[in-house]
Design a protein around this ligand. Structure first.
Ligand SMILES: [Cu+2]
Length: 186
């Protein structure tokens, strides 16, 4: 009877430990692996779309891409985001003046945490939209998710720190082992 009880405790502890270890990989968030145009690229002709590739499958409905022009406020993304595997992309309106274009993104990690960041490219010759600046309305309602550009410092927004849980779990497991050993010995 007692042996069975001890075994039950041991199984519970092991299950808890497995849960804890299983949760560890989830701490590795979605990461941007590459982009097209690549970060820091200098282009002499305006791209017609941008694509961002992450290390896990992306879903378009939870992904936002913004492309902000050299003036720091004009949006050039089409708004609609498509996804294929780990790659999300959006078409671009005709780019305007030469300069730095920032591609901001906000996606949701597999564990539900939002991840934001940005990359940038430089257009060295004015794009087709330079003569007539894109009309404010051309972005239309699809530009609704175009939140302010994410902070230049990429990486994610983090979340609650995990270490207190780990410490708590370790203490619990330790206490459980002591109890189990005591009972087992008796
Ligand atoms: Cu997370």
């Amino acid at each position: 009877m007692r042996a069975r009880f001890v075994r039950a405790i041991a199984v519970t502890l092991l299950a808890g430990l497995a849960l804890l270890l299983g949760a560890a990989p989830a701490l590795a968030h979605t990461r941007l692996q590459s982009s097209d145009p690549t970060d820091g690229a200098s282009l002499d002709s305006a791209p017609e779309q941008v694509a961002l590739t992450f290390n896990e499958p992306m879903s378009p409905e939870f992904s936002t891409i913004t492309v902000i022009g050299p003036d720091g406020q004009t949006n050039y993304q089409d708004g609609a985001v498509t996804a294929e595997g780990g790659t999300i992309s959006t078409r671009l309106l005709p780019l305007g003046p030469a300069g730095r274009y920032e591609i901001g993104y906000r996606v949701v990690s597999a564990d539900g945490h939002p991840v934001t960041g940005s990359v940038a490219f430089t257009l060295t010759t004015p794009g087709p939209g330079a003569a007539s600046a894109p009309a404010e309305s051309s972005a239309g309602p699809s530009a609704a998710p175009a939140s302010p550009a994410p902070p230049a410092a990429s990486e994610d927004e983090g979340g609650a720190p995990v270490w207190p849980w780990v410490v708590g779990a370790v203490v619990l497991v330790g206490a459980g082992v002591v109890v189990a050993l005591r009972l087992g010995r008796g």
